[in-house]
Ligand binder design. Structure first.
Ligand code: NAD
Length: 505
């Protein structure tokens, strides 16, 4: 296999940033550059205050981006330092031009107007990046679809290349990402599989082998080689199946509430069947986030465009069930509060779309808050360990410009004072461990805060362990000391969890 010496990720988001960081950590000899047109994002990737919150991410970025100096402990066990090999830049063209492999990791949202509005994938950004790549990429470089795209997108990319660079050899591969936000680093370090889709030509198979060599830390048995179309479609199917399980169990939770059966017992009893499995069987508010809904809608649109209306309807019902569950939740809250929020304060725990992330895209908390706000409460108090209060408030102001009842808090206990209801929308461990005691609101403020800080710290430690354990084996000296964060730097307030971790260490 031709050695890969330079790779470029286009799109420094939730996928591009962490994936590039782990590729760089595991391959000190490969120069990994992540480019983005968003200069603010790149500035933050180059700082101590990364633009996204992921447990363990900073540890990985720090080693690969900043490098480590060599240390010699009393003449014994000299450990070789490493040079930086992870770079973040806004100079897209130059980084693409020098790369052996270019990963496209830009966003592929749902199309909001025109044909297929509301369900088809908007590939405009993806295609425009592809045109830039076609202009400047070096002959023979490999172009990799990392973003989630509709089936047969590679064909479109091939056409773009043949228009801009006729006769120049390029291979296009599909290599969808399966990481989940909140566990991105551990998912990347120990992937259940790495899927590589290529053409079956000898050039396609060789390119696939070359890409596989970049996943040097992944056992060969976990690298699956399939055809490009299968790889593109498999990503949509994986997300659709995960979301379908959530809608299925949530539909049963509605039956449980009417019959007196217990949904947790049902999940346990059903999940013990190895054919079904126990994961993704917890009932709740439903699925949020930037991927599940958009990918099911994309799958459903694909089925429609292939003249398979029954298939399209089947998958659309998964989304419909999810929306119904959210509305049902709000109705239950209203019912519990005697049908009125007038003169009442309501507390929302969990604003991002799930635990261990600050990502609020398509968070189900937003429609819940919007519906509650329409009922005229005195205050809706919001707390999320992964989101800065100022960010929550400004985002909600954009959704509800004339509502003055929304306030976000950095302290969960303050958010609960005198409240009529605490709505726990996501499953952050600190909402559970230690469980908020009934009397917690009356506990002397200092000790309550201390207890909270301790549980938060213990949680952070447990989150960082898998990534640290793995990386510590590679670079022991790099993980010995956490860098100091300038207390009161202001940026820490952007991610309570990140800030707490740094100050605590
Ligand atoms: P994101 O919005 O966080 O990041 C995309 C980045 O691309 C942004 O920083 C944006 O500024 C940049 N970008 C857009 N146009 C650009 C251009 N012309 N040049 C350079 N940069 C440009 O998106 P994400 O969550 O990282 O998702 C990326 C893709 O990965 C999507 O297709 C998504 O479906 C897929 N995916 C996401 C996840 C996830 O958990 N977020 C998991 C698996 C797959």
């Amino acid at each position: 296999v031709n050695q890969v010496s330079k790779v470029c990720f286009v799109g420094a988001g939730y996928v591009g940033g962490p994936t590039a960081a782990v590729v760089a950590l595991a391959n000190p000899n490969i120069k990994v550059t992540v480019v983005d047109k968003d200069a603010t994002r790149i500035r933050r990737w180059n700082s101590k205050h990364l633009p996204i919150h992921e447990p363990g991410l900073y540890d990985v970025v720090r080693v690969a981006r900043d490098g480590t100096s060599s240390i010699n402990t009393h003449g014994q066990n000299a450990i070789q330092g490493r040079a930086p090999n992870l770079f973040f830049s806004t100079d897209c063209d130059q980084s693409i031009a020098e790369a052996d492999i270019v990963f496209l990791s830009v966003n592929t949202p749902t199309k909001m107007r025109g044909i297929g509005a509301g369900s088809a994938t908007n590939t405009a950004i993806f295609e425009s990046v592809m045109r830039s790549i076609a202009r400047v990429a070096k002959p023979g470089s490999i172009i990799v679809e990392k973003s989630t795209v509709p089936c047969r997108t590679a064909e479109v990319l091939q056409e773009i290349l043949s228009i801009y660079r006729p006769g120049v050899p390029f291979e296009i591969l599909s290599n969808p990402e399966f990481l989940a936000e909140g566990t991105a680093i551990s998912d990347l370090l120990h992937p259940s599989r790495v899927l590589i889709g290529s053409s079956t030509s000898s050039a396609g198979l060789a390119a696939a082998k070359r890409l596989a060599s970049v996943y040097s830390w992944v056992p060969e048995s976990a690298i699956l080689h399939v055809h490009t179309w299968s790889s593109e479609l498999a990503k949509l199917v994986a997300n659709a199946m995960l979301a379908q399980r959530i809608s299925s169990i949530n539909s049963i939770s509605a039956i449980c509430e009417k019959t007196g059966a217990n949904i947790k017992d049902i999940s346990k009893a059903v999940g013990q069947d190895p054919r079904i499995g126990s994961k993704f069987l917890g009932s709740g508010l439903g699925f949020g986030g930037s991927c599940f809904k958009k990918d099911i809608l994309s799958l459903s649109y694909l089925a429609e465009s292939l003249d398979l209306p029954e298939v399209a309807a089947y998958w659309k019902s998964v989304v419909a069930m999810n929306e119904w569950q959210g509305n049902r939740f709000v109705h239950r809250v209203m019912h519990s509060l005697n049908g009125s929020l007038f003169g009442k304060r309501v507390t929302v725990f969990g604003y991002a779309f799930k635990k261990n992330t600050g990502d609020t895209r398509e968070s189900l908390a937003i429609p819940v808050i919007q519906q509650l706000a329409a009922e005229g409460p005195t205050e809706i108090s919001i707390y999320d360990p992964g989101c800065a209060p100022a960010d929550i408030e400004s985002e909600m102001r954009a959704y509800l410009p004339s509502c003055t009842a929304i306030r976000a808090y950095a302290d969960p206990y303050e958010a609960c004072e005198g409240t009529s209801a605490v709505l726990i929308l996501t499953e952050w461990d600190q909402f559970r461990y230690p469980p908020l005691p009934e009397a917690s609101l009356n506990v002397e403020a200092g000790s309550a805060k201390l207890q909270d800080a301790l549980s938060r710290f213990a949680h952070i430690q447990s989150q960082l362990t898998p990534a640290k354990r793995w990386a510590a084996k590679q670079m022991p000296q790099a993980f010995a000391v956490e860098p100091e964060c300038d207390a009161g730097c202001g940026e820490c307030a952007r991610g309570q969890q990140t800030g707490a971790a740094k100050h605590a260490s």
